[in-house]
Design a protein around this ligand. Structure first.
Ligand code: PXL
Length: 277
């Protein structure tokens, strides 16, 4: 069985980060090892959340894995809470990267033109340095704008703008970049990617469900990483991940009692498993 390591926080309630990554990646039949970077009572969009920093545990945990000769077929990072954590995760990449595995960085820190609570422009530049070490990065348009220090354009941008942004992202150092939340016609929403080694662009769209929920980026990145780990090609993996994310949002909207803080991706897991076959 393939083994993936995911490095992000535990938001005890909130349907994001590890509570999303674990069930989704497991659904691909991939062993999911975790390195929790912090424990929060909820994600940071709730008022008054608690935060226990686990930075001190990162080095000893990685050292123990090395001693036990544990390796990973993929490493996937999401929300990281401090400059120090960015540095420690970069060290883990150096220690655990091999010829045969891949690193996916989701530079979680912003959406809809705004940085999340606790992040600033300096953090975005440091996150860009972590992205340089990745095989594939999956920023949304807001995160890309902060990392590249370019103005965020909400809508009305054209394909040239998206392609130029992708080239600049790959110039940061990552081999491939995928921009999420892209809409060129204002009707369909999807992803637009660039493989810097092959100099190839690609895109995949699905319908735009007019609703926005926390954690959808984590749902997308987890499914993409799971699909790549079981050796799906990038275009197939992107389709699996986009369709699963859209299905999760649709099922959430259909559930009249859905909560405000996350998507009902759990209801879409049978759909996900069907789409992998
Ligand atoms: O979904 C991304 C995410 C992950 N972890 C924490 C968050 C967020 C988004 O706000 O607050 C703690």
């Amino acid at each position: 069985m393939k083994r993936l390591l995911t490095i992000q926080d535990v938001s005890c309630v909130g349907k994001c980060s590890l509570t999303v990554a674990l069930p989704i990646i497991s659904a691909f039949g991939v062993e999911t090892a975790v390195l929790p970077t912090a424990v929060l009572s909820t994600h940071t969009a709730f008022n008054g959340f608690t935060f226990r920093d686990l930075t001190c545990d990162i080095k000893p945990i990685a050292a123990h894995w090395k001693e036990q000769k544990i390796g990973f077929d993929a490493i996937y990072t999401g929300y990281l809470g401090s400059f120090e954590q960015l540095g420690l995760v970069a060290e883990i990449f150096d220690q655990f990267k091999t010829k045969n595995n891949f690193i996916l960085v989701d530079p979680v820190m912003a959406d809809n033109g705004k940085l999340y609570h606790g992040f600033d422009q300096k953090f975005a530049f440091e996150m860009a340095k972590l992205c340089a070490k990745a095989d594939i990065i999956v920023p949304n348009l807001t995160e890309a704008s902060f990392m590249l220090n370019q103005p965020y354009i909400e809508k009305g941008y054209d394909e040239k703008y998206v392609q130029e942004t992708l080239k600049k992202l790959v110039d940061l150092g990552a081999k491939k970049a995928v921009l999420t939340g892209v809409s060129l016609d204002g009707i369909n929403l999807g992803v637009y990617g660039y493989d810097g080694e092959k100099n190839e662009f690609f895109s995949y769209y699905n319908k735009h469900v007019p609703a926005s929920f926390h954690g959808t980026g984590d749902v997308f990145a987890s499914a993409l990483c799971g699909a790549l780990t079981i050796n799906k090609s990038l275009d197939v993996a992107l389709k699996i991940a986009v369709d699963f994310t859209v299905d999760s949002i649709e099922k959430t909207v259909q559930n009249k009692n859905h909560n405000w803080y996350g998507v009902d991706f759990e209801s879409s897991i049978p759909f996900l498993i069907e789409s992998i076959k």
